[in-house]
Design a protein around this ligand. Structure first.
Ligand SMILES: [Zn+2]
Length: 250
C-alpha cells in the first residue's frame, strides 16, 4: 500500500484530460478522451473518427481493457522511456474496487497514487499516464538510489512529499518506474484470484510493449525495508514474474 491509510471515501475523483499517454484496449479508438466511469469501456468505439497520431512511432500494443480515470494531481513530472526501468508491485492492504482506492487517494490529499490498480475480478483502472511520474514508491532506504540506478530525481516535483527519516531519504524509484496496485489485504485474503493475476500478466506485457523494453519487476518492500507489500503469499508469484513475466511461469 502507499504511505497513508486508505480511507475508502466516496468523494468523486478529480478526473482530468489525459496527458499524452498512449491508450489501447477498450479505449483505444479514442485516446484523447478520458473515461470517467466504469461503464464506458464497454461502449463500442469503432465509429469514432480516426484521431491524429502522435509524431513518434507508436509501438504495437497488445489488446487489453484498461479503464482510464486520470487524476491530474497524481502526476509529478515527465517520464520518458529512457527513464523507465522498473515495475513496482503493491498491495492495497484493503478491499473494495479500484475506483474506491482512487477515491481514497484523492481524499487523503497526499498526491500519492500508483499508475494502475487491479481489482480482484481483473478490472484494471489507470489513474496516472505512463509518461508521468507517480508517487507510488515513496521514500526508499538510504543507498537504494545508487543500488537501483535511480539517482536522477530532478524531474519529480516532489509535491506533497513528507520525509520519513534519515534511514530512507531516497526518492528516485518514483521517477524510474510504473506502479501497479493489487486489491489485496496481506495475510488475511486467502490468495490472489486467478482473474487478478491474469490481468497483471496482461498489464505487464502491455507496459513492456509501451516502453519497448522489459522493466525489472520488484515489489514495494524491496524498495523500502519493512514495507508490508507485496504480501508473503505473493512471493511465489513474484518469483515467477521475475523469471517469466507471468504469475504461473508459463
Ligand atoms: Zn506499496
Amino acid at each position: 500500500m502507499l504511505g497513508a491509510a486508505l480511507a475508502l471515501g466516496l468523494v468523486g475523483c478529480g478526473a482530468t484530460a489525459p496527458l499524452g499517454d498512449a491508450v489501447q484496449g477498450a479505449a483505444d479508438e479514442r485516446p484523447q478522451e478520458p473515461i470517467l466511469d466504469d461503464a464506458a469501456t464497454d461502449a463500442p468505439a469503432a465509429e469514432e473518427p480516426e484521431e491524429e497520431q502522435p509524431e513518434e512511432t507508436e509501438p504495437e500494443l497488445p489488446e487489453i481493457a484498461i479503464e482510464q480515470n486520470f487524476v491530474e494531481e497524481f502526476s509529478h513530472g515527465p517520464k520518458t522511456a529512457e527513464f523507465q526501468k522498473y515495475i513496482v508491485l503493491h498491495d492495497t492492504e484493503g478491499g473494495g474496487t479500484p475506483y474506491n482506492v482512487i477515491d481514497g487517494w484523492v481524499s487523503d490529499g497526499n498526491h500519492i497514487a500508483s499508475h494502475f490498480i487491479i481489482g480482484k475480478d481483473g478490472q484494471i483502472v489507470q489513474c496516472v499516464p505512463m509518461d508521468q511520474i507517480a508517487h507510488h514508491a515513496g521514500f526508499g532506504d538510504a543507498g537504494h538510489n545508487d543500488y537501483y540506478g535511480t539517482t536522477d530525481e530532478s524531474r519529480d516535483d516532489k509535491l506533497g512529499t513528507t520525509p520519513i527519516g534519515d534511514w530512507a531519504p531516497d526518492y528516485g524509484m518514483n521517477s524510474y518506474s510504473i506502479g501497479i496496485e493489487m486489491i489485496h489485504q496481506g495475510s488475511t485474503d486467502e490468495d490472489y484470484p486467478e482473474a487478478q493475476l491474469e490481468a497483471l500478466d496482461a498489464l505487464i506485457a502491455y507496459i513492456d510493449a509501451y516502453f519497448g523494453s522489459e522493466s525489472q519487476i520488484i515489489d514495494h518492500k524491496a524498495w523500502r525495508s519493512g514495507n508490508s507489500d507485496t504480501s508473503p503469499e505473493f512471493a511465489g508469484y513474484l518469483a515467477n514474474y521475475q523469471a517469466t513475466r507471468t504469475h504461473d511461469g508459463r
